[in-house]
Design a protein around this ligand. Structure first.
Ligand code: HEC
Ligand code: HEC
Length: 459
């Protein structure tokens, strides 16, 4: 794939870090001037620095990206270098401007600017299936319409030693719109059988929280450590043929462990990090926070000393406080229990899960997306039948109880990386709430849904 020289010159990293100027206390009134250099797509092998405090505009405001170890040099750094055979680097799909994930807007822009030549569209997983004619947009429809990459996993699953394990269920392909699961070379009947599901990139940031309980890493928790994850990403996404060196792995993991993202300005609520603002907001709270702590009545997930709660000074801030309270405390009946958003999203500061990691929230078992494959899983013992678009954790464990269970994503930097859910089925935060509420019988009023969305948008 050819490098876009012109773009590279224009978008050099030189200007990262136009941090909004300090405001005197009490001067948070709107409008807040948004930084001018809004977008910075980073190409593989770019040279230059990444500021210790970077800011990037998005639809809801401004995202802050903190390198806790100080300004980073991308030049030759293994996270930023194309280390494989398809021209991609880790940064290709984990862009600072997109909260170290990849937004659908960025994917569209790269398709247009490079006429489909950006290495993110590589056949291996940036196409619906590698056998399709690669120059056609239609062959990349899941990436272009939903932000999804193909994730291909061995079937039956393998244990840690690489031995096949006998799954508790049979797996049949009911619908195969991409042709990949039934393809002679890439599918389930291939000599080296693979099952393909389609998933959003997850943010390679705030990882202290995900690895505190490693079952919060990847949609199916298949990576036991960041270094195992990076080794796998190099072999699959980068199509690198030889293993990464120990030094490359260490540099990647060191970089990932110190990068934090969170929204710092909201278009409606103004500055999110200033005296009197909720202590959990902004990336510095994540740098300083302790990982793995569960919320309780005294320590809500995104709580802390919070002046807005008693004296929100604008309607937008009042809406955010109401949203936070709904998230923490509004209960609904789910699976026979009384739950809140925070029952599942219970880890302080991120809303990851401290107990089980993966949960079936019905997001993959609704057969909602016609362009995705549909599988029928039949549990051998109970004869229970489940239709799912992504069996999730069950593709790794082979266990019936894991069917459709997906690892929660950290609820930070959400504004920078729509669409949401592993399958990209929610285009907006409002759609996340609608889909979740339908499943949990949430009975939120329009106002409450809007408040919840305002709250999620400032995280
Ligand atoms: C082609 C796009 C692409 C490239 C290139 C890529 N990734 Fe990813 N990354 C993904 C996708 C998709 C997922 C989610 C996969 C899943 O959940 O099954 C992911 C997940 C991750 C996660 C898990 C985050 C979490 O909280 O669960 C980390 C860490 C990560 N990638 C790091 C890397 C590293 C390191 C590299 C380079 C060696 C890399 N990625 C290259 C697409 C990519
Ligand atoms: C029964 C457990 C459960 C409850 C209750 C729950 N969630 Fe979730 N939530 C999940 C799971 C599991 C996922 C990941 C699903 C997926 O990616 O397919 C998720 C995903 C999300 C996401 C998308 C994150 C992303 O990066 O894509 C948001 C936002 C979210 N939940 C907010 C909420 C809110 C707000 C509530 C309360 C109205 C709530 N959740 C209640 C389990 C739950």
């Amino acid at each position: 794939m050819k490098t876009q020289r012109g773009l590279l010159l224009v978008l050099l990293l030189c200007c990262a870090g136009a941090q909004p100027a300090e405001t005197p206390p009490g001067a948070s009134a709107l409008p807040v001037a948004l930084p001018r250099r809004a977008l910075r797509w980073i190409n593989p092998d770019e040279t230059g620095g990444l500021a210790a405090h970077g800011t990037y505009t998005n639809a809801l405001g401004v995202l802050g990206v903190v390198n806790a170890s100080g300004a980073a040099d991308a030049t030759g750094h293994p996270f930023f270098a194309s280390l494989g055979s398809n021209g991609r680097a880790c940064v290709s799909c984990h862009q600072p401007q997109d909260g170290m994930s990849l937004s659908l807007d960025s994917i569209h822009r790269q398709w247009q600017v490079t006429q489909g030549q950006d290495p993110i569209f590589a056949a291996v997983d940036g196409a619906d299936c590698p056998h399709l004619p690669q120059e056609q947009a239609a062959s990349h429809s899941l990436l272009l319409n939903r932000g999804l990459f193909r994730v291909f996993l061995p079937w039956p699953p393998r244990d840690a030693k690489g031995q096949a394990i006998a799954p508790e269920f049979t797996l049949e392909v009911l619908r195969d719109p991409t042709g990949c699961n039934t393809h002679a070379q890439f599918g389930l009947a291939a000599p080296d059988p693979k099952v393909s599901v389609y998933r959003r990139p997850r943010p390679a940031a705030n990882l202290k929280y995900a690895i505190r309980q490693p079952f919060n890493l990847m949609a199916d928790a298949r990576a036991a450590s960041l270094s195992a994850q990076a080794a796998d990403a190099a072999a699959t996404h980068l199509e690198r043929r030889e293993p990464l060196t120990a030094a490359q792995l260490a540099a990647i993991v060191d970089f990932e462990r110190q990068v934090y993202v969170a929204q710092v300005i909201d278009r409606k609520a103004g500055r999110l990090v200033e005296p009197g603002a909720p202590a959990a907001l902004g990336p510095a709270a994540l740098v300083d926070g302790a990982a793995g702590l569960a919320a309780d009545s005294r320590h809500p997930v995104f709580g802390g000393p919070d002046d807005w709660a008693t004296t929100p000074d604008t309607p937008a801030r009042a809406a955010i406080v109401r949203g936070q309270q709904l998230f923490a405390a509004r209960r609904f009946r789910h699976a026979g229990a009384s739950e809140s958003c925070a029952s599942c999203h219970d880890m302080r500061l991120t809303g990851l899960n401290t107990r089980t990691g993966w949960i079936n929230a019905g997001t993959t078992t609704q057969d909602a997306i016609a362009e995705l494959p549909l599988f029928r899983l039949t549990c051998k013992a109970s004869r229970r039948v489940v239709l799912t678009q992504d069996p999730g954790r069950a593709l790794i464990s082979g266990q019936c109880r894991d069917i459709g269970a997906i690892v929660l994503q950290p609820l930070r930097g959400l504004a920078s990386r729509p669409p949401y859910f592993a399958s990209g089925s929610a285009a907006t935060l409002r759609e996340v709430i609608d889909l979740h509420a339908a499943r949990y019988n949430g009975h939120y009023s329009e106002q409450e849904k809007a408040d919840l969305a305002s709250f999620l948008g400032v995280l």
